[in-house]
Design a protein around this ligand. Structure first.
Ligand SMILES: Cc1cc2nc3c(=O)[nH]c(=O)nc-3n(C[C@H](O)[C@H](O)[C@H](O)COP(=O)(O)OP(=O)(O)OC[C@H]3O[C@@H](n4cnc5c(N)ncnc54)[C@H](O)[C@@H]3O)c2cc1C
Length: 295
């Protein structure tokens, strides 16, 4: 099978890239499962031009639009990529072989899990992996942020603008000196401990710690960072940074000619608006690369 552009990932970044590339009349395929997008579980209330809307609906509409412009959605994952001269050979999970001239990497990230009792049960019922997304639901509530690094400190500072009480729970506090100073200038309570259980009834009510404390809470924000997609990227000579992110320039081009990247995989913020914006740029850049046009 031959296409001009393969988009790896069927989330908002990948679908937007496919839509924009297909409108440039290049042959586009999309690998990845719409149902596995992070957006599937989101209720979006911070995106341009929309009132709160389900992520599922947004994905379904955009997948249909991309297909309408000619992109072929394959609903299967990529197993590996090989570089062959200027072309890329892709193998899918059903062992289909696809040859393309350009690749757009949009595989998202998976948030690191805490792996304690109650985490899975209360996900969406008080347990969140995204302070930027969910802060507004915790106005005047009591929340805890979990994590050692700057990401957790930033989340705690953001949540303090909404919640009435914020705990920052960490084994060690290793945020940057600037963020540490900012946290210390607030009434965020820093608790050096680690959770053993998140508990509640219909929703989160509290969290037990390994120092014997039981915090009464409405929300728990797990801010442990991302699990990367390093293996796929390294197959095309791209070496993600220590956080697992892929570096791109303003055309969403990576250091490997013909490989572009967009969405959560290029770094923070993990937000729909950024994913869609970068998807547009990556899709147009990939189409221009294939057509050997100057951008
Ligand atoms: C619970 C929750 C709530 C959120 N709320 C908000 C919000 O309110 N506002 C906001 O702006 N953002 C929100 N977000 C974040 C938003 O959903 C993400 O920023 C966005 O989905 C990132 O898009 P993406 O396309 O980069 O990655 P994803 O949406 O994660 O899509 C990645 C795609 O890549 C595919 N993939 C992965 N590996 C492979 C492979 N090997 N082969 C083929 N395909 C692969 C996956 O199957 C998936 O289709 C929320 C996220 C979550 C989880």
């Amino acid at each position: 099978m031959e296409f001009d552009v393969a988009v790896i990932g069927a989330g908002p970044a990948g679908l937007q890239a496919a839509l924009h590339a297909a409108r440039k009349k290049v042959k586009v395929c999309v690998l990845g499962k719409v149902n596995n997008s992070a957006l599937m579980k989101a209720e979006i209330e911070n995106y341009f031009g929309t009132e709160p809307k389900s992520g599922r609906e947004m994905l379904e509409i955009t997948a249909k639009a991309a297909a309408g412009f000619g992109a072929v959605l394959m609903e299967e994952d990529l197993l590996n990529i090989e570089m062959e001269g200027e072309a890329f050979k892709l193998k899918t999970e059903s062992l289909k072989e696809i040859t393309v001239k350009a690749v757009v990497l949009a595989p998202g990230i998976s948030r690191k899990k805490l792996n304690v009792e109650g985490e899975k049960e209360y996900h969406g019922l008080g347990v969140s992996y995204c302070a930027t997304c969910d802060c507004n639901f915790f106005k005047k509530k009591t929340v805890a942020v979990l994590g050692d690094a700057s990401m957790a400190a930033s989340a705690a500072l953001l949540l303090r603008e909404y919640a009435s009480k914020v705990y920052w729970v960490a084994k060690e506090f290793k945020a940057s000196p600037e963020l540490m100073a900012k946290v210390k200038a607030t009434d965020i309570e820093m608790v050096q401990a680690w959770p053993t259980k998140i508990h509640g009834d219909q929703v989160v009510r509290g969290m037990m710690l390994d120092n014997g404390r039981d915090l009464t809470l409405d929300g728990v924000f797990i801010e442990l960072g991302a699990k990367g997609v390093a293996d796929l990227a390294m197959e095309v000579n791209i070496f993600p940074d220590e956080n697992g992110y892929i570096a791109v320039n303003r055309h969403c081009a990576t250091d490997t000619p013909g490989v572009f990247a967009c969405g959560d995989v290029t770094g923070l913020p993990w937000q729909l608006a950024k994913a869609v914006g970068e998807g547009c740029v990556a899709g147009l850049s990939a189409a221009a690369y294939v057509k050997k046009e100057k951008e």
